[in-house]
Design a protein around this ligand. Structure first.
Ligand SMILES: CC(C)(COP(=O)(O)OP(=O)(O)OC[C@H]1O[C@@H](n2cnc3c(N)ncnc32)[C@H](O)[C@@H]1OP(=O)(O)O)[C@@H](O)C(=O)NCCC(=O)NCCS
Length: 182
């Protein structure tokens, strides 16, 4: 098991881009759409740059996470998480957790009220994610309820509700890209 103190979490830099795209291809193999999503998010105003994070272990980038910002029917801004990937040989060694905790700590001091994601129901509840439908927060497409999840930040109020409008980089049929991984 990797010593968590040896994992450095930091924003992605331009020199990292080939490595993070290769990481997306490896983590989400055989689906290349996630690497395309990474490229599109980087070029988009919807990306939250402080939350385009890599996990570095010595000279190797072993994990990558991106958050974007978008609106919900109630008029609030919410923060979709996608993608989150860890190199296959480094999975289940708490690198994904380190990235998630770093990002959620940053978001806790931000005005964002809610994080949303389409993800593995057995993974995200450990960080405090709950079924988003229970909060009146809906995806813009049909999903099994357990995979559509939300995390309430300190700025959350029950007025934050409605349908989440995913930003443009998630077009190209990317919305359901994680469906094969559940
Ligand atoms: C899902 C993923 C990001 C998790 O990152 P990770 O670094 O492997 O996960 P962690 O080591 O932080 O996991 C923390 C705990 O969750 C467990 N866990 C990891 N992946 C899990 C999964 N897919 N389902 C259920 N539990 C999982 C770990 O075993 C660990 O348990 P422990 O605390 O009892 O030791 C990573 O496995 C990955 O990149 N998978 C392929 C791409 C993918 O599916 N991304 C997410 C799409 S929603």
């Amino acid at each position: 098991m990797i010593d968590p103190l040896t994992i450095r979490i930091r924003p992605e830099q331009s020199a990292d881009q080939p490595a993070t795209e290769a990481l997306a291809l490896a983590a989400f193999d055989p689906d290349p759409r996630v690497a395309e999503l990474v490229r599109r998010l980087r070029a988009s105003d919807s990306l939250i740059p402080e939350l385009n994070l890599v996990a570095q272990l010595e000279d190797t980038l072993v994990g990558h996470l991106m958050f974007s910002r978008t609106s919900i029917t109630s008029g609030h801004q919410v923060a979709p998480l996608s993608p989150l990937g860890v190199l296959p040989t480094y999975q289940r060694q708490h690198i994904g957790s380190a990235l998630m905790k770093h990002a959620l700590n940053w978001l806790a001091a931000s005005p964002y009220p809610v994080v949303v994601l389409e993800g593995v129901p057995s993974y995200y509840p450990r960080f405090g994610f709950v079924p988003a439908h229970d909060l009146g927060i809906d995806p813009p497409f049909n999903l099994p309820p357990a995979v559509w999840q939300a995390y309430c930040l300190p700025a959350y109020s029950s007025q934050v509700k409605g349908t989440v409008h995913y930003p443009e980089p998630f077009d190209l049929n990317l919305l359901h890209l994680t469906g094969d991984f559940f």
